[in-house]
Design a protein around this ligand. Structure first.
Ligand SMILES: NC(=O)C1=CN([C@@H]2O[C@H](COP(=O)(O)OP(=O)(O)OC[C@H]3O[C@@H](n4cnc5c(N)ncnc54)[C@H](OP(=O)(O)O)[C@@H]3O)[C@@H](O)[C@H]2O)C=CC1
Ligand SMILES: O=C(O)C1=N[C@H](C(=O)O)C[C@H](O)C1
Length: 272
């Protein structure tokens, strides 16, 4: 029997952390060899399965990522930007594929991750689902086919615990629209209007964030002209689709050269 690649899940007590554990167990192509939480968390030192309310899994939750990563071929990380930057260094040292689902990075953070990608395999995406990645391809195509008579607006909706806006997915969709139009997103981005804003500027790409209840994740890309409107929409029904995408990325990355990849690479979807 061949050995399965070992995987560590960081932020294991989180919404995505627990979903990843369940999906890794159900999928069977990776072996869960570690689970990381921050120092002082009450799961640290206890069996992960018991923490999650089930049978023991034989994996003790640790607050020592370096020790955990040393045993792994992959790290799946849906935490917070500062944590992910620290994990990127440690995953590179351990030569483990670092799958990053975390969102909310600053431009400086992204530059640091790009640098880490010189020495390690990183797969990072603001959304790991097939549907959203396909939607980025469609958004780029539609934006390319239409001129700026069509105003582009992106609306995202998420649960009331989400801490960053616009969502990572909304930013992916905005980048795709800007690419299709041949413009730089940072020069046309208009986020969350409020007050006497003046009329909409031709060519801007607008972003709006709704936060409420338990919404898993919904994204609309609207192309509105004076006489017609196209709406591209994705609705995530549950978080398992993000976990499935992350597992696929961890397996895909095993034989890749160092570099920063995304889910278009993993899924074989077109990049232009
Ligand atoms: N790319 C994608 O497809 C998706 C991305 N996401 C993104 O994933 C991230 C997590 O989302 P979600 O699971 O809902 O959030 P949660 O807050 O439920 O989980 C995050 C977990 O990370 C832990 N954490 C934070 N800092 C550290 C640290 N330094 N060391 C160890 N653990 C740490 C948190 O612990 P504590 O509670 O103690 O802070 C928490 O358990 C977000 O950025 C979200 O936007 C979410 C879904 C899909
Ligand atoms: O925080 C979440 O929940 C989600 N975050 C990602 C994002 O910021 O786009 C992906 C998904 O929409 C859920």
């Amino acid at each position: 029997m061949t050995d399965l690649p070992g995987v560590v899940v960081t932020g294991v007590s989180g919404r995505m952390g627990q979903m990843l554990v369940r999906e890794i167990q159900a999928d069977g192509r990776l072996k869960l060899v570690g689970a990381v939480e921050r120092s002082g968390h009450d799961w640290v030192g206890r069996d992960l399965g018991a923490c999650m309310g089930g049978a023991d899994l034989g994996v003790t939750v640790t607050d020592d990522p370096l020790e955990a990563f040393a045993k792994a071929q992959a790290v799946i990380d849906f935490t917070a930007p500062a944590a992910t930057l620290a994990f990127a260094e440690l995953a590179a040292q351990a030569r483990a594929v670092h799958v990053i689902g975390t969102t909310g990075f600053s431009d400086e953070d992204l530059a640091q991750l790009k640098h880490a990608g010189h020495h390690a395999v990183i797969v990072r995406a603001g959304n790991m689902s097939l549907g959203v990645n396909l939607l980025t391809v469609l958004t780029r195509q539609v934006a390319k086919a239409l001129d700026a008579d069509f105003d582009i607006e992106i609306i995202e909706s998420h649960h009331n615990r989400k801490v960053d806006a616009p969502s990572g997915t909304a930013l992916m969709l905005g980048e795709a629209a800007a690419e299709g139009r041949g413009v730089n997103l940072s020069e046309v981005s208009d986020r969350g209007r409020d007050g006497i804003t003046g009329a909409r500027k031709r060519g801007d790409i607008g972003f709006h964030a709704i936060r409420g209840g338990g919404i898993v994740g919904e994204h609309d890309v609207i192309f509105a002209s004076p006489s017609e409107r196209i709406v591209l929409r994705h609705i995530a029904e549950d978080r398992s689709l993000f976990a499935k995408g992350a597992i696929k990325a961890a397996l895909w990355g095993q034989d890749k050269a160092p570099g920063e990849y995304d889910m278009l690479d993993v899924l074989g979807l077109p990049k232009d």
